[in-house]
Design a protein around this ligand. Sequence first.
Ligand code: DCP
Ligand code: CA
Ligand code: CA
Length: 378
Amino acid sequence: MPAMDCEPARKVIHVDMDAFFASVEQRDDPALRGRPVAVGYPAARGVLAAASYEARRFGVRSALPSVTALRRCPELIFVKPRFDVYRAVSRQVHGIFADYTSLIQPLSLDEAYLDVTENLRGLPTAWATAREIRARILEETGLTASAGVSYNKFLAKLASGHRKPNGQFAVTPGMGAAWVEALPVARFHGVGPVTARKMQALGIETGADLRARSMAFLQQHFGKAAGWYYAIARGEDDRPVDPDRTRKSSGSETTFDRDLAEAAEIEAGVLRMADEVWAWCEGARAFGRTVTVKVKFADFQQVTRSRSYPSAVTRHAQLRQASLDLIRSVFPPEKGIRLVGVTVSTFEAPAHGYAGLPLFGSAVGSAEAQASVLAGAS
Ligand code: DCP
Ligand code: CA
Ligand code: CA
C-alpha cells in the first residue's frame, strides 16, 4: 500500500442475517424448524425469496423458480412472506447496531456495514464487537447472523459470507491482498453473473487473474468499472461507511401467472403494486415526486413510463391515479404483458428507518426485482 500509515486503519464490520426470511418463519412456527422451508408462493411462475438451510441441501435457494424448487425438494414447505415482521426484526437489529456505532449503512433489510473504528462501548477490537453484536442479535431476536470484519467495506462483505451461517471471519491488513487473489471473481461485489461470464471469457476466474490485468486492459473491456475492479483485485476500497445514504426509490413489481392482455386485469395488477409502494411510503414517511410504471411484455421487451409532479405524491389516491394513467398510455397492449411494476422516486424528505429492500410483488424477490433493488440502491 502507498504511504498511508499516518491514517489509522479503519475497522469495518459487515453483518448479514442467516437465511433471513426463512429463519424468521422457522422462529415463529416451531413446526417449520429443521424442515426445508421456502418463503414465496408455489405459483406457476413464482420465484423463491428465501430458503432455509435444510432446503439448500437440496439445491433450493432464493430466486429459484418455485416449480424447479419443488422438483428438487418435493417436501419443500412454502410460506408466504410477512414483510412487516421482517421489517420489525430489521429495526430491532438496527437498534442493536446503534449501541456500538452511529456509522451504520444498511444495504437491505438483513445486512449493514458498521464503521467501528471508534466503537461506543470501548471494546478492544472489531472482532470482539462483532461477537457481541451477534450474541445480542441472537438473544434479542432469536436469530443468527454472520459477520465479516476487515479494514474496508469490500473485504468485510466478502468475509461475512466466509463462515456462514452463524460465524464470523476477519481479514486483516496483512492478509487482505493475498486472500482476495485466491477467491473466484464471481464472489466479488460488483461482479454480477453477466460480468463474471465476461471475465471468464477473458480468462479471469480468480482475484489473482484480475490483478494480473492492466488498468488499460480493464478499461478497454469494462469501461468505467475498470477502476473498481483494479482496486478490489488488490483488496482496496476507500468508500466510507455512509450512514446518510438514503434510498433513491421504492418499487414493487409482480410477474403475472400468465401473460395478460385484458385492460382490467392489467390495471388491477398495477394498482396492487401501487398499494404496496404506498404502504412503504407511509411506513417510511418518504414521499416522491416521480411515479414510474414499468411493463415487461411476453417477449421480455420492457418499457417504462414516468410522470413527475411539482411536489411529492402524498396521497394514496394520487399514486393510484398516476399509476393508472401511466399504464393506460401503453393500451391497447400490442402483446401480452408479463410483468408490471410501480416505483416512486425523487423523494422530498429523506427516507427514514431501516428499509433497504423495496416491497416485492407477488413474485417475491424475483431476479428482476432483486436486480432493480441493487440498481436503485447504488
Ligand atoms: N431476498 C429476496 N429475493 C432474493 C434474494 C433475497 O426476497 N432474490 C430476501 C429474502 C432473504 C433476504 O432477502 O431472506 C436476505 O437475502 P440474502 O441474500 O442475505 O439471503 P438469506 O439471508 O436468505 O441467506 P444467507 O444466509 O445466505 O444470507
Ligand atoms: Ca442474509
Ligand atoms: Ca443479505
